[in-house]
Design a protein around this ligand. Structure first.
Ligand code: B16
Ligand code: MG
Length: 219
């Protein structure tokens, strides 16, 4: 008996990945590190400091900087990112997601956000979705990022539900793994091959409706 839905933010509700990438690319340029598609993929759903490690490791320069220097780079990236998100509006909600969320509320499902981003509350504010998501996991309270189940366990707990009573929606393999490890049903958005661990996969947000989801889960 499903009572709640747990949502990832980046890649599910809005495409902030492009803005994270833009902000990191600026740091990379200054360091002389090429920003590649592989880095864009490798930093998806990964925390800010872990993303920096992924970037530095890609050119084997992770030992070149002190912790203070790394913290400074992360701050600079975040300052740039925070500037970029101020331009987000409701028109940046991914196709169909506003209707899907409205439909879930009408059917009395509870909603929570399970994003690795510390900027998630601000992003929701610009998208006009703050009222829909009063329950947001605070990633600073987590010890391990996705694929660890912790974030989805916290999200279910915010709703006073067991993970088994919830459906998680994710676009990244690490996120799907986190949902499954927590014991919730995983809905993947994207490539069925990349998201093979998910219980059901939709190719994009536009095709994700409650009716379509119920149909696929019954199959
Ligand atoms: P911040 P998600 C993740 O969001 C992003 O995919 C990832 O690229 C970013 O590094 C991470 O949030 C942390 O974001 O620097 O704003 O705290 O997919 O978990 O919604
Ligand atoms: Mg995501």
């Amino acid at each position: 008996n499903i009572r709640g839905f747990l949502f990832d933010l980046d890649g599910v509700i809005t495409d902030t990945a492009a803005l994270h990438a833009k902000a990191w690319a600026g740091i990379c340029q200054r360091l002389g590190i090429p920003w590649t598609d592989a880095l864009a993929e490798g930093t998806k759903g990964v925390s800010r400091m872990d993303s920096l490690e992924v970037i530095l490791k890609s050119v084997n320069r992770q030992d070149e900087f002190t912790m203070a220097q790394k913290a400074q780079m992360a701050t600079e990236k975040n300052d740039r990112y925070q500037e970029l998100i101020t331009h987000l509006t409701a028109s940046d909600i991914l196709p169909g997601m506003k209707d899907f969320i409205t439909d879930l509320k009408q059917h009395n499902y509870q909603l929570a956000l399970a994003s690795a981003s510390r900027n998630a509350p601000t992003v929701l504010k610009y998208l006009g979705l703050s009222d829909v998501f009063p329950k947001i996991v605070d990633p600073s309270n987590l010890t391990k990022g996705k694929p660890d189940p912790e974030i989805y366990q916290h999200a279910a707990a915010l709703l006073n539900l067991e993970p088994g009573q919830c459906i998680g929606v994710e676009d990244a393999p690490a996120g799907v793994a986190s949902i499954k490890a927590a014991g919730a049903i995983a809905v993947g958005i994207g490539d069925a091959h990349d998201l093979a661990q998910a219980d059901v996969v939709f190719p994009g947000t536009a095709s994700l409706t409650l009716t379509a989801l119920r149909g696929k889960l019954e199959d």
